[in-house]
Structures are given as C-alpha cells and as structure tokens.
Design a protein around this ligand. Structure first.
Ligand code: FES
Ligand code: FES
Length: 170
C-alpha cells in the first residue's frame, strides 16, 4: 500500500571458510557466529556459556585472531576465515591441545575449547611481537594469566591451564 515500508529482510547468505572448508549459509541476520557454527554447521566444540561476552567459552579464531563468537554477528563476517577447536588438530593434536592433556588443563571440559583457541591466538599475538604486559622476553605465568583473563574456568583448573600454555609457548 502507498506509504507502507516493506519489512526488511531478516535473512542473508554469507560465505564463511570454516576449518578450511567453504560454506555459503543462509543465516538469520540476527544470528551470532556461535549459533551459526553450532546449529547450522554442527560444530559444537565452541561452547555457549554466558552468551554475553563474559566467559570466553565460545572463543574461536576469526581471521586469525581470537574472538568471542557469541558477540559476532555472522552476517557481519561475510568472507571470513574461521577456525574452531575442531580444526586445530592435524594427524596429531595441536601442541596446545597436547599440552592441556599433559598438564591436566581441564576438569569438566566445558571451557576447554575456548581456552585452547584463546591460547593459540594469544601465542600467535606474542609471536607477532605484541608487547609484553609483564616486561621481559620470557613468557611468564603472570603474562599468561593476564592475557587469558577473558577465559573463565568455573572448575578452577587454572594451574594446569597456565602450565599447559607456558609449555606450549616454549
Ligand atoms: S558464551 Fe561467549 S563469552 Fe560466554
Ligand atoms: S574445566 Fe570445567 S569450566 Fe573449565
């Protein structure tokens, strides 16, 4: 009718390269990247803890940088490259995964995919020369705790998590 505005479309097709595979996905424009990964691509490794950017359980690598997938609109990342916990291992575990096993860096495991993806991204930040908070060239426990402060573990497995990341960082 004259004067009426059409409803804006609430769906869009986005292209995402996820763990090396290209996808074209019809998404709700309000859907988070986390929901698209879990519910449309069946990649349930990234976990929904708070759904508010507070816990880090949903951390993935988005264009090579760690990101909270619950805070990212999928539609805003057309063409992006995403790596989830499912895409880290090759024939062997990723060194960070192996270090988590070695150092008991988990209890219930709910936070673990996010911890590991975040640690991989964090070690890459350091490798790219991001300045240290604590000073010095050697990666220390304080630096790891500070850089991983966005990833909460309600089981309190922090000693193992920090030890694993320190080992992987070496
Ligand atoms: S579920 Fe994304 S930060 Fe908690
Ligand atoms: S291992 Fe249970 S929340 Fe971290």
């Amino acid at each position: 009718m004259p004067g009426e505005h059409p409803e804006p479309s609430q769906r869009a097709v986005v292209g995402l390269r996820v763990n090396g595979e290209d996808h074209r996905i019809d998404v709700d424009t309000r859907a988070s990247l986390l929901d698209v990964l879990r519910e449309q691509l069946g990649l349930t490794g990234a976990k929904k803890g708070c759904d508010h950017g507070q816990c880090g359980a949903c951390t993935v690598l988005l264009d090579g940088r760690r990101a909270n997938a619950c805070l990212a609109f999928a539609v805003a990342h057309d063409g992006a490259e995403v790596r989830t916990i499912e895409g880290l291992a090759g024939e062997d575990l990723h060194p960070v995964q192996a270090a988590f096993v070695e150092h008991d860096g988990f209890q219930c495991g709910y936070c673990t995919p996010g911890q590991i993806c975040s640690a991989v991204g964090m070690l890459d930040e350091l490798a790219r020369g991001w300045p240290s908070f604590a000073g010095g060239d050697e990666l220390g426990a304080d630096e790891v705790r500070e850089r991983m402060s966005g990833n909460i573990c309600r089981c309190g497995a922090y000693p193992g998590i920090v030890a694993a990341i320190l080992e992987a960082g070496r």
